[in-house]
Design a protein around this ligand. Structure first.
Ligand SMILES: [Zn+2]
Length: 129
C-alpha cells in the first residue's frame, strides 16, 4: 500500500470518527451517507405522535411528550368511549389500584380482602429473559 492510499484511509477513518450523520431516506429507514448508520424514518401521524414502520412490518410509535398526565377531562372522554361494562370496570380497576393489566387480569374474588380493603396480586411482573 502506498502513501497516498494510507493518507486516504486515514482521512476516511477521521471522517468516520467525528462527523454529523448525513441521513438519506431509504424506504422506511434513513441511512447515513458517511458511516451507514441506520435509523427508523418517523412520520408525524397526529399532534405529538410520530410513527415508523420497522423491517419486521410492525409499527413503532414515539410520543413527543412523555410527561403527559391523565387529566380528568381526558379520563372521562376515554372512559365514555369504552364500549362494554367489562372494559369500563377494567379501566377503573387499573386506575384505582395501579396494577398492571396482566396483574389485574389474574385477580380472582378470593384475592380481594374486603375487610382490609386490599387486593393480593398473585401474578406479578416477570423479568424478561
Ligand atoms: Zn454517520
Amino acid at each position: 500500500m502506498d502513501n497516498q492510499n494510507i493518507g486516504e484511509l486515514k482521512q476516511n477513518l477521521n471522517s468516520l470518527k467525528a462527523h454529523r450523520h448525513d441521513f438519506i431516506k431509504d424506504e422506511t429507514y434513513e441511512v447515513c451517507k458517511i458511516c451507514g448508520k441506520k435509523r427508523l424514518f418517523l412520520e408525524e401521524v397526529a399532534e405529538g405522535l410520530q410513527r415508523g414502520l420497522r423491517e419486521d412490518g410492525k409499527t413503532y410509535s414515539v410520543r413527543e411528550n412523555r410527561m403527559a398526565y391523565f387529566m380528568p377531562d381526558i379520563w372521562e372522554k376515554m372512559y365514555n368511549a369504552l364500549g362494554s361494562k367489562k372494559a369500563k370496570l377494567t379501566a377503573l380497576m387499573l386506575l384505582q389500584t395501579g396494577a398492571r393489566i396482566n396483574e389485574a387480569r389474574n385477580i380472582r374474588k378470593i384475592d380481594i380482602d374486603f375487610q382490609r380493603n386490599t387486593i393480593r396480586l398473585v401474578v406479578t411482573k416477570t423479568k424478561a429473559k
